[in-house]
Design a protein around this ligand. Structure first.
Ligand code: DC
Length: 227
């Protein structure tokens, strides 16, 4: 099986299972997986720790300059580091989730994250997930997928994930957070979340990994003559 050096861009709403699906694709086809949302979460954690964002999401303009000193990078197994500190658990909390969309709407934050993503993208054979990968970061990606799922399924997935990590959110808070993020992500001025015209739609409300794998295998086979 000869796999070309391609970029696969996966975009979609929060908690549609983009990262699980992207990891599945990466391991099935031997690609590197990169989670662009983790970088926005990393910037959010940084802003919180440096007290550059208030409880009501007012962002201190000093954040722009401070980003010059912020080293965010992925380990070879795809975990996010801030300098030499692995920050995976800290970036997945409800506190970070509830402040990440306002941070991700700031143009200089998007430039900062895009420059990191472009550096990784030059390595080829990448699966990247996010909100604007197929529309803005890699508009020439050879394969674009847009993921969606029902609100109920998404909220339940996020809730179960958080409970498994020992957090105790209420289901209502999780639903509210998802809806707020969907709204901000798809209404911001810079590169809002939207489906690229050439993106394949994947609604996985009623799909498990087996069905997802069959779906992507069919798509890869048809598009690149693989398998
Ligand atoms: O996928 P996620 O939930 O970890 O993403 C966190 C936030 O980052 C999400 O609310 C919107 C933002 N994001 C973005 O604006 N553009 C991306 N390419 C990825 C994420």
């Amino acid at each position: 099986m000869v796999i070309p050096d391609i970029i696969i861009a996966i975009d979609g709403y929060s908690s549609t299972g983009k990262s699980s699906f992207a990891k599945l694709v990466a391991s099935r086809f031997g690609f590197l997986y990169l989670d662009s949302g983790a970088l926005y979460r990393g910037v959010t954690l940084f802003a919180r720790e440096e007290r550059l964002i208030s409880r009501s999401n007012v962002i201190d303009p000093r954040l722009e300059k401070e980003l010059d000193n912020l080293d965010l990078h992925f380990s070879p197994d795809g975990r996010l580091y801030m300098g030499d500190r692995c920050i995976e658990p800290q970036i997945r909390t409800l506190e970070v989730s509830s402040q990440v969309s306002p941070i991700a709407a700031v143009p200089y934050v998007r430039n900062y994250v895009d420059s990191i993503l472009h550096a990784y993208g030059s390595k080829g054979r990448i699966v990247m997930d996010g909100r604007d990968i197929g529309t803005a970061v890699f508009p020439d990606a050879q394969l674009k997928i847009f993921m969606t799922a029902s609100d109920e399924v998404r909220a339940r997935r996020r809730y179960d994930e958080m409970v498994a990590k020992g957090e105790h959110p209420s289901l209502e808070d999780v639903v509210r957070n998802l809806r707020e993020r969907d709204y901000i992500d798809s209404h911001r001025e810079v590169n809002p979340l939207r489906r690229a015209e050439d993106a394949f739609l994947l609604d996985n409300s009623e799909m498990g990994f087996t069905e997802e794998l069959a779906w992507i295998q069919g798509l890869m086979q048809g598009k690149f003559n693989l398998l």
